[in-house]
Design a protein around this ligand. Structure first.
Ligand SMILES: Cc1ncc(COP(=O)(O)O)c(C=O)c1O
Length: 469
């Protein structure tokens, strides 16, 4: 097989140039701009413009076809445009999109979540993961009558002010709540404590000293926004016990892990029940719906009456997205799906590990088969927290590999902190083989050939200029 050398990007570059005039930064989400790394040619002022996606593949406007491992930052668990979900949505379209009245679907989907997620006794729906964590934190504050939340470096919980701290902070300074955006009012950081994931001693010390203020510990049980760092054995159980001892609520943000790492999420995998769980992404195979689930006694604070914690939203629990959730969970309730998913991911992780070893590149391939990442490192055998990750990542090499993977028809995120996500539509024969072949070519090319950044950069700059002129 002859390896393709170049990626066609002229149409994307042209559209990007136009987008710069109408959208700040040329994109709707800062996270979609491929600019994290300094080196890869694709980090010219460009984002790839997608045209369509089906099954395990995504196509861009230049006609490139890729096996997709970004899967919309994780939600596509079944495959793009999955037939049973798509058909259910088509039928639902005829029944209207928003009622502002209760509907039976809410009941059905809530029951499914309660059946599948071990700690869920009651459920409320929102639209995004951001809203879910915002409401979960408000609920925890109301229930405990305390205000501070403890979160971890490198954990992302959406983009509201209370959690937008230390998701990707500088890593050579003292640990503190580091605001990730301008516009967060000063003072909010006083309500946030940031700790190091997997560091039992330090967390215990902090909680012991501050427990009278701490309403909740919120975490991603597997670090889906930091190269899939896993919890150490016993760590989640330790957090559970710590919370029980000090009357603190434990919130698992399972927006990424929920319905992905197992039928019941990370809490099922690790057999630890949080007080509140936030869900989204894989719950609906890509439609905008999220959920807050938890113990009855806590969740009832959302209702009317003496406790009264506000929660709602025009689009919360609308029949359109809940139709997608119902159809998705109908597939995911079958545990065999997860055996199939894990088989693919395990082989993929194994193949990636083998190629990196064969080519003499030191790396750790870590995470869960359904969401994992490789970390290029010379001096570690395991990565347990954000700082260990950041001080080890061979970012240039990652960027090169990502670029050459694109040329070979495999799409991986440009951000090395993101994960490889797998879906039910990835085929154990073709997709797996193609990906592993592409990975070998990409690694060899990144290692051996001179990477002509300037040529690609010039190419994109030229295309951008031509449109501007
Ligand atoms: C763990 C986690 N929580 C919350 C969110 C926010 O979800 P959304 O983008 O739907 O607001 C994300 C998004 O990636 C996430 O990864």
């Amino acid at each position: 097989m002859t390896a393709k050398m170049r990626l066609k990007i002229s149409k994307s570059a042209k559209l990007f140039s136009q987008a710069l005039d109408v959208m700040p930064g040329g994109a709707t989400s800062n996270a979609r701009l491929w600019q994290t790394a300094q080196f890869c040619p694709i980090y010219t002022p460009c984002t790839i413009f997608a045209k369509r996606a089906y099954g395990s593949h995504i196509w861009d406007v230049d006609g490139n076809k890729y096996i997709d491992y970004r899967l919309g930052f994780g939600p596509i668990i079944l495959g793009h445009s999955y037939p049973s979900v798509r058909n259910a949505i088509h039928a639902a379209e005829k029944r209207g999109t928003v009622y502002a009245l209760d509907n039976e679907l809410e009941l059905n989907v809530a029951k499914k979540i309660i059946d599948m997620v071990p700690s869920a006794q009651m459920v409320r729906f929102s639209v995004t993961g951001t809203e879910a964590t915002m409401h979960a934190i408000r609920l925890a504050r109301a229930y405990t009558k305390k205000n501070v939340i403890l979160k971890f470096e490198g954990h992302y919980h959406g983009n509201h002010d209370y959690v937008l701290f230390s998701t990707s902070p500088p890593y050579n300074t003292k640990i503190r709540p580091y605001p990730e955006s301008l516009g967060i009012p000063p003072g909010i950081e006083k309500l946030v404590i940031v700790e190091t994931f997997n560091n039992f001693e330090s967390i215990e010390r902090t909680v012991k000293a501050r427990h009278r203020q701490i309403a909740a510990i919120i975490l991603e049980p597997i670090m889906g926004n930091a190269a899939a760092i896993m919890p150490k054995p016993g760590y989640l159980k330790f957090l559970r016990e710590l919370c029980d001892r000090y009357d603190i609520l434990l919130i698992f943000d399972e927006v990424k892990t929920g319905f992905r790492v197992s039928r019941g999420g990370a809490q099922e995998l690790y057999k630890v029940k949080p007080d509140i769980t936030t869900l989204g992404k894989s719950m609906s195979n890509g439609y905008p719906v999220s959920a807050i689930a938890g113990q009855r006694e806590i969740m009832e604070f959302f209702g009317p009456g003496v406790h009264h914690v506000t929660h709602g939203g025009t689009y919360a629990g609308n029949p359109h997205v809940l139709t997608a959730a119902e159809a998705t969970l109908d597939v995911l309730k079958d545990r065999r799906i997860y055996t199939r998913l894990s088989r693919y991911g395990t082989r993929l992780m194994g193949g990636i590990r083998e190629t990196l070893e064969d080519t003499g590149i030191k790396a750790i391939v870590q995470g869960h088969p359904n969401m994992f990442q490789y970390v290029l490192t010379n001096n570690r055998t395991e990565i347990n927290n954000y700082r260990e990750l950041k001080t080890n990542y061979g970012i240039d090499m990652y960027s090169k590999i990502q670029y050459w993977l694109l040329t070979q028809g495999v799409m991986l995120d440009e951000d090395s902190q993101e994960c490889w996500y797998t879906c039910l539509s990835h085929s154990l024969d073709e997709d797996l083989e193609e990906t592993l072949n592409a990975f070998r070519i990409a690694v060899e090319r990144s290692k051996n050939s001179k990477f002509r950044t300037s040529r690609f950069k010039l190419e994109t700059d030229r295309a951008t200029k031509q449109v501007k002129a």
